[in-house]
Design a protein around this ligand. Structure first.
Ligand SMILES: [Zn+2]
Length: 270
């Protein structure tokens, strides 16, 4: 697994790596109601080295963005007190890896499963441009993050609850979700917006959301096929806003789902 990480990191372009490793997200105020030591967040790195998802407007694999941001989120959660945070990195083909990540998550028995992705657009919106003397594909049509839950997840209401919390935290940091998934122009990729404040959509078929046994959410952190948003998503400032939003949302969710038991109450339980 470590070798895979090392190999994966080698493929991350320098502009994605250098400044971010030196900085840490600002420490959040602890939530007194959350039992940090007991709560188990699982951060799932979307796609694999071999099957790397979308390609950005400048030719960078989505997997590189997902890995970079997930590593920062993992570190942010650990530094925030969630010592049982687990980073899920899988390998192989898309289908193999989906099954592997679901099996690993269910075996680990996490309290929240958050899958990290970066978005693209359907083929019909793609245009071509020249960057660094090579032709690349882009679309400046849509930008912003989006979140998805599956109605087939056995803990749908908790998944929605976490989505609402994360949506609010992202909004509080000035991030705007994209409403374009409700547009008919999206065809088969059109989705039902189930919370218009949070930017939370329904996507029942997603394997990582429907086959996981814990509350599960997929975050498309931003659109890397959009030329400006790709640069934004590669910036430490934007990444740290997302890390901070995830930490606050996990803390609030933990306070409700895994509340801290007072010493006296814990003693009485024995
Ligand atoms: Zn993806």
């Amino acid at each position: 697994m470590k070798r895979l990480w090392a190999a994966a990191l080698l493929l991350v372009p320098a502009f994605l790596c250098a400044p971010a490793l030196a900085q840490t997200p600002s420490p959040a105020k602890p939530n007194a109601a959350c039992d940090y030591a007991r709560f188990r967040p699982i951060i799932d790195v979307g796609h694999t080295l071999e099957d790397s998802g979308a390609t950005s407007a400048r030719g960078v694999a989505e997997y590189d963005f997902n890995l970079r941001l997930s590593l920062m989120i993992e570190r942010g959660l650990r530094e925030g007190g969630f010592s049982k945070t687990r980073l899920l990195i899988t390998d192989g083909s898309a289908l193999q890896s989906l099954m592997k990540r679901v099996a690993a998550a269910n075996k680990a028995g996490g309290d929240i499963f958050l899958s990290i992705h970066h978005d693209s657009v359907p083929e019909k919106f793609i245009e071509k441009w020249i960057f660094n003397v090579a032709e690349h594909r882009y679309s400046d049509r849509f930008r912003g993050h989006s979140m998805f839950v599956s109605r087939d997840n056995p803990q749908l209401s908790a998944s929605i609850q976490f989505g609402k919390l994360l949506g609010k935290e992202l909004k509080d940091r000035g991030l705007q979700y994209t409403p374009h998934y409700t547009d008919k122009i999206m065809g088969a990729r059109m989705r039902e917006l189930i919370d218009k404040d949070a930017g939370l959509y329904r996507f029942d078929q997603l394997v990582v959301l429907r086959m996981t046994t814990m509350p599960a959410l997929l975050l498309e952190a931003g659109s890397i096929i959009h030329r400006d948003e790709e640069l934004l998503m590669a910036s430490t400032e934007q990444q740290e806003k997302i890390v901070s939003a995830v930490l606050s949302a996990v803390e609030s969710f933990c306070a409700v789902r895994t509340p801290k038991v007072s010493t006296r109450a814990a003693g009485n339980r024995k």
